[in-house]
Design a protein around this ligand. Structure first.
Ligand SMILES: [Zn+2]
Length: 180
């Protein structure tokens, strides 16, 4: 969905660039004609006749065209702005979903990936802590709450925290690790 929106955004940006070029061209013609007209008018004021009136109309038309183009550009720019207002919360929402996804990874799955042998003890799972050296298990996982705790090194948390500790990485990298 985001890719499709990025495409729309690209189309809008291209449209703005195109309109700006058109506007620049119009302005160039307009100033050139205006200059020619003024020169002619200043040099021969008595000849400001039918031809002069027509020329004035053409210049007015050009000015109107420039205004029209400016209005069009403003409209497209407003659309781009709206796109961003809509777009950003969507990206935030996606990030939240990604974090939820990562957090839903069972802690036992993560621990096993890092070589922890787990045994069931009541409602919990236990094993030797992968974060400190030990021979008697003090690493516990509560699968119903999907949290872990070590009685030896007093560390604990969710599956993201477990990856942070095991890989010595930050939160973002842990989420990436769990979702890719
Ligand atoms: Zn420990």
């Amino acid at each position: 969905m985001l890719e499709a929106k990025d495409e729309v955004f690209q189309v809008l940006r291209d449209a703005i660039a195109e309109k700006r070029e058109e506007l620049d061209d119009e302005r160039r013609i307009w100033s050139k004609e205006n200059w020619a007209f003024e020169t002619c008018f200043n040099n021969r004021p008595t000849e400001f006749s039918r031809q002069g009136v027509l020329k004035t109309f053409r210049l007015m038309e050009r000015a109107e065209k420039c205004n029209g183009l400016e209005r069009e550009i403003k409209k497209i720019e407003a659309a781009v702005k709206e796109y961003f207002i809509e777009e950003i919360p969507q990206r935030v929402k996606m990030t939240e979903l990604l974090v939820d996804d990562a957090r839903d990874t069972p802690c036992e799955e993560v621990a096993q990936q890092f070589g922890v042998k787990l045994k069931r003890s009541g409602r919990q799972l236990s094993g030797c802590c992968p974060l400190h050296q030990e021979n008697t298990p003090s690493f516990f996982i509560d699968p119903t709450k999907n949290v872990w705790y070590c009685m030896g090194c007093h560390k604990g948390g969710d599956s993201i925290k477990l990856v942070e500790e095991l890989r010595q990485c930050n939160f973002v990298d842990a989420v990436k690790y769990l979702t890719t």
